[in-house]
Design a protein around this ligand. Structure first.
Ligand code: GLC
Ligand code: MG
Length: 422
């Protein structure tokens, strides 16, 4: 969050499973990829991305390996009981203190063990401030009422959340996704960085609280669970700041950005003519995103008649421009583009995808930019990630690619020095 010097234009606070990530209808993650490129192109530089998930941190990391996910600015895990910041995920210790107020995991375990209706979830889904169970929907309300009373008698202040028609979480009273968001907004406000707009996105019971925070926009994706929709009908129907999207998951979020006019909502992935698609002003980050989208389509063999774009690419590098491959080998930028020409369709039918993460452009001196990003590439189940730095200078109607340097990212699972291609 330090990189922002003024209030973020938009803060998106999104649940992951069945909100940003579609587990049922999108095996190729197209809707997530559409969201990703919009975020990087239009919002990354001046907005905040927050993930708020029921998953524990290790289970979040697992999801990150399975799906093309961006790096959020803030990650709220374990149903709003843990908050961490930045790429390195630095824990918020003040939040830990709040979570330990009138909380005793041992007592929660002892009391809940008296309910045969409760089945403990897997060990990897348990956390210090989150005790999670499964329960039959028909028994949930009764058990919840009884548990509240018993734990209160034992001196605890807790909160019970029913989600997905089957999960029951016991948390500290001050925890939960809503409280965590309120805490974050307060922290940002103290720093003079209260977002201009906030959009919360969810699909199930543990997201309900997000929609109760004052002044936020909210989207319940089309595939939302009954318990969230029922809550909305009973409590928030008249709130024009909340919509039930007609689109599923990440595309429902794009729909909400458009509906509430929170910024552009045309994803670069939905633009097919690379030459016409220029943007309003010189924007080097945009050039990089556009290039890697072209690169994906070129290698998938999807773009035909791209001579004009290739010609424009060839014209855009500086004659002395160099590409430094992660292996350390170098090639001129012009030769690299010629080389790329040979790879048309080489990844056809191989589930090949490319996405860019944390694209940030800095103007280092008037007319000179450095764009830094993580470029991910996936073929089937294998993925690699290069930290990429591109230097641009401006020319009359656009930018000149000065040089491109890549190194293997720490997160890369595969380091392939055999291929020459970016
Ligand atoms: C996630 C968590 C699970 C929790 C559920 C509902 O699926 O993995 O432990 O019970 O969200 O909050
Ligand atoms: Mg969900």
């Amino acid at each position: 969050m330090e990189r922002l010097t003024s209030p973020p234009r938009l803060m998106i606070v999104s649940d992951l499973d069945d909100t940003l990530v579609d587990h049922h209808n999108d095996p190729e993650n197209i809707s997530l990829l559409r969201f990703n490129s919009l975020w990087e192109d239009a919002f990354r530089h001046d907005s905040l991305l927050v993930f708020s998930t029921g998953r524990t941190l290790p289970m979040y990391k697992k999801l990150r390996k399975e799906r093309p996910m961006l790096t959020p600015d803030v990650i709220i895990t374990s149903v709003g009981t843990e908050i961490a910041y930045g790429k390195s995920m630095v824990t918020d210790d003040s939040w830990v203190d709040i979570m330990n107020h009138k909380w005793d995991r041992g007592i929660v375990e002892e009391e809940t063990s008296k309910f045969p209706e409760l089945t403990l979830q897997r060990e990897c889904d348990q956390r210090p401030n989150k005790v999670s169970f499964f329960i039959d929907k028909s028994k949930a309300q009764e058990v919840i009422n009884e548990l509240y009373q018993r734990l209160e008698k034992r001196g605890l202040e807790i909160k019970i959340i029913f989600s997905g028609g089957k999960a029951l979480d016991v948390l500290p009273k001050g925890g939960g996704k809503g409280q965590a968001l309120a805490y974050l907004l307060n922290k940002l406000n103290t720093e003079g960085k209260l977002p201009v707009n906030t959009l919360v996105c969810g699909d199930s019971g543990n997201d309900t609280e997000l929609f109760t925070i004052p002044n936020v926009y909210g989207v319940m994706v089309s595939n939302s669970q009954e318990e969230l929709l029922e809550w909305y009908e009973e409590n928030a129907k008249d709130n024009a700041k909340i919509i039930h999207a007609s689109e599923r998951c990440a595309v429902g979020i794009l729909e909400a950005i458009g509906h509430f006019k929170l910024g552009p909502n045309l994803s670069p992935r939905d633009v097919f003519d690379f030459l016409e698609w220029k943007g309003d002003s010189v924007n080097p980050g945009h050039e990089v995103i556009k290039f890697f989208l072209f690169y994906e389509r070129w290698r998938r063999g999807e773009v035909e008649n791209c001579e004009a774009y290739i010609a424009s690419l060839k014209a855009s590098p500086h004659p002395g421009g160099v590409f430094v491959h992660p292996s350390g080998a170098e090639m001129s930028l012009r030769d690299t583009i010629d080389e790329l020409g040979k790879y048309h369709g080489d990844k056809k039918d191989q589930k090949f995808r490319v996405w860019t993460d944390q694209v940030l452009a800095t103007e280092t001196s008037p007319g000179t930019w450095i764009v830094k990003l993580d470029k991910w590439e996936q073929t089937g189940n294998e993925r690699k990630c290069c930290t990429t730095t591109v230097k641009f200078t401006s020319k009359e109607n656009g930018v000149v690619w000065e040089n491109v340097q890549q190194t293997w990212s720490e997160e890369s699972e595969m380091k392939d020095n055999s291929s020459w291609i970016i």
